[in-house]
Write a protein that binds this ligand. Structure first.
Ligand code: CTP
Ligand code: CA
Length: 228
């Protein structure tokens, strides 16, 4: 009850979240993607909204309902996701990159369905690296002057702490959140490892909804005071 009357943690803040996978087309009917349900990002968008933030959710192809009160922008590819993020970031104070962005896309996109040519030889695909959305935002002027707080996420298969610590430095973000334990994709629960400049801390296994609320509180505690 007390919490109900307390000022909301993110009142007066704007927050942008990326969620889900991206889909990188090779022709009109095929492409590459990766396993991400988008659940963590959607849970974060909901928790941030409930904490009083104005929330924009940039989502790759997922099958989830938009949390109430959240503005949702749907995209397919990493390049489209970057454009949407840049369009909506203007006065956001927080950027949370939960999306599982495809690291590469087919170098060429055929306007027509690629057909078997009868030779039995598969087509050879070249790939190019996609833009790093999080690193791009973390290097932006507003992030560098402390007006945009960027949070990265990482799913590692091994050496979580070492990889997450290195990734935090490489991306240039103040907070990096790692998934603990295998196969969190699509599940409704998770456990998280928070890595920041002071070290690391665990958020023990809980539903993604509860973890999202805890994570929002962690982020809120790290934000500079709002200009009065
Ligand atoms: N990310 C991003 N744009 C990309 C790749 C990743 O915004 N092109 C973001 C993810 O949303 C996540 C963070 O960067 O918040 C870490 O993603 P991850 O895939 O773990 O890192 P990579 O730098 O791609 O390294 P690798 O996949 O090789 O481990
Ligand atoms: Ca990656």
């Amino acid at each position: 009850l007390l919490a109900f009357f307390a000022p909301k943690l993110l009142a007066g803040r704007r927050l942008l979240v990326t969620a889900g996978p991206t889909f990188e087309a090779m022709d009109p009917v095929r492409g590459i993607t990766n396993l991400s349900s988008g659940k963590m990002g959607f849970a974060l968008a909901r928790a941030a909204r409930e904490a009083g933030a104005e929330v924009t959710l940039v989502a790759g192809p997922v099958h989830l309902t938009t949390p109430r009160g959240v503005r949702r922008v749907d995209v397919q590819s990493a390049q489209e996701m970057l454009v949407a993020v840049e369009q909506h970031i203007q006065d956001a104070g927080v950027f949370m990159a939960t999306a599982a962005v495809a690291d590469w896309r087919p170098a060429q996109q055929s306007g027509r369905k690629i057909k078997k040519d009868g030779s039995g030889q598969p087509p050879v695909l070249d790939f190019v690296e996609n833009p790093d959305i999080l690193a791009t935002l973390a290097r932006s002027a507003r992030a560098l002057e402390g007006a945009l707080f960027c949070v990265g996420f990482s799913a590692e298969s091994h050496d979580l702490l070492a990889n997450a610590t290195a990734k935090r430095a490489r991306k240039g973000v103040p907070l990096l959140v790692g998934n603990i334990g295998p196969a969190t994709f699509g599940r409704d629960d998770n456990a998280l490892l928070l890595v920041d400049a002071d070290g690391h801390r665990e958020l023990p296994r809980a539903s993604k909804r509860v973890l999202a609320q805890q994570l929002i509180a962690e982020v809120a505690a790290r934000l500079p005071p709002l200009p009065s």
